[in-house]
Design a protein around this ligand. Sequence first.
Ligand code: ZN
Length: 338
Amino acid sequence: MERYSRQQLFAPIGERGQQSIREKHVLLIGAGALGAANAETLVRAGIGKITIIDRDYVEWSNLQRQQLYTEEDATNRLPKAIAAAVHLRAINRDVVVEPIVADADARLLEHVVARERPHVMIDSTDNFDVRMIINDVSQKYDVPWIYGACVGSYGLSYVIVPNETPCLRCLLEEVPLGNATCDTVGIISPVVHMVVAHQTAEALKICVHVQVNRKLVSFDIWHGQYRMIDVHKLKKDDCPSCSEKRTYPALQYENETKFAVLCGRETVQIRPAHRGEREWTTLLSFLTKRGIQVEQNEYLFSFTIHRYRFVVFFDGRVFIHGTNDVQEAKRLYYQYLG
Ligand SMILES: [Zn+2]
């Protein structure tokens, strides 16, 4: 296996470790900056299978740091999961790549994890609601997960192993996990790679059955700061996610149409209560009659009305660009799409 010779020469991995990596399945949640770099690193390392969940499509402002994507992907507004799969298969044809274009909500994540039983989950989201879902799914199905976050030049990473480490919910009140998002203060690509370096190193350790780093790592790559925080005492006896009294609060499903402002992007996402492919012909003929130009690919169509750009995914989700206001988005949604 010439391809992995350098990795096999690394003693803690070796030939047996390489074989073990080959048999592992990683579930990656989010295919933005962290997701793209995590995916590329693990696919090059020869992981057996990678499942990628992402709800978004490639935009020009992504290209500065989301290393898998090209100008062509942005021009075609390809869903990130699909674009990532195309590029990853070109990098390593031996890896099974499964893209899922969807919102990583509780229902979907639990379904995928129950069905696939991945060996590790990697957090590449920028969203605390999703992290809490990953955290509960991890505990319920006994799958370790690797938290990662970055903003500006600051980054964090931490591995959660069920029954061994405190979970992310245990740490919430104790550790400043940050709440600024990439869109409000910006981000530089090097910090993405530093977070990904930690996440993928720990993922490889899990793949070869070596004990993970139990400390939370935080750093600022611009200002040259690096800290390892011992968090083992922070495990809570009454944690609703990981204690004996657990109720998995993030897995309580909601059956209503949800409106969510996407981090600082002047965009609201609408997730309808009734999911699945919908018949869009009425809407499309309504738009055509009014001379509104519709752009379409295999996964979504988009159009502009007044100053709003609507992007409709065939799974039923809608992005309305041009507003941060949920009430306004509701009005627009029910007016044109509801
Ligand atoms: Zn906990």
